[in-house]
Each structure stands twice: as structure tokens, then as C-alpha cells.
Design a protein. Structure first.
Length: 109
């Protein structure tokens, strides 16, 4: 495991990569089970599910980078678990915005 020791493997990091892998597996299953047809949305270009997923992932990265740049990563709440509690980062608000943007992209693009 020394070849990946450079990365901070925390629970949020592991959850992110697990969710990304699950998303890719789901999209692969959907492509095999339900062949997709291109459709034209508000961008006026034909897009597939994979195209819309890619656009959603790029939008998520941009939303999070802008959030970190303008709002920071300060905690917004502390959940009383254990002796010290668990702090909730403001990045969860950016994550909620990203989910909303992804739904909007999948519905309209």
C-alpha cells in the first residue's frame, strides 16, 4: 500500500470513490439493459446518458471549487456524538447544490 500512501484516505474520500464507482456501474448496467437514444436538450446538441453524467461531474467539480474559493470549508454544525462531537463541513451544502445541478442537467440537457 506504499504506492498510494501519498493520498489522505479518509472516510469522506472513500465514500466519494465508492459513490463514483457505484455511479459508473449503474450507468454501465443502464446502457446494457436499456439502450439509450440521443436526445437534444437546451444545449441544442445530441447527448446521451454518459454525456450528461460527464457534464454533471464537471459541474460538480466547478461548484465545489467555487464554494471552497468563496465560502471556505468551515464547519456549520456539530453533531453531539461521542465526547467531542462530529463537525459538519459547509462543503455538504455544495454537495447538495451539486446533486440539484445534476438532476437539472439530466432533465434538461
Amino acid at each position: 500500500m506504499s504506492h498510494i500512501a501519498w493520498m489522505a484516505w479518509t472516510w469522506p474520500t472513500a465514500i466519494f470513490f465508492a459513490a463514483l464507482a457505484l455511479t459508473l456501474l449503474t450507468m454501465t448496467y443502464l446502457a446494457a439493459a436499456y439502450p439509450e437514444a440521443e436526445r437534444v436538450g437546451i444545449l441544442r446538441i445530441p447527448t446521451t446518458r454518459g454525456d450528461r453524467l460527464f457534464i454533471s461531474l464537471i459541474a460538480t467539480a466547478v461548484i465545489h471549487l467555487l464554494w471552497i474559493g468563496f465560502a471556505g470549508t468551515d464547519s456549520i454544525a456539530t453533531i453531539p456524538v461521542g465526547e467531542e462531537g462530529v463537525e459538519i463541513s459547509s462543503l455538504w451544502l455544495a454537495t447538495a447544490m451539486s446533486f440539484g445541478a445534476a438532476v437539472l442537467i439530466f432533465r434538461t440537457v
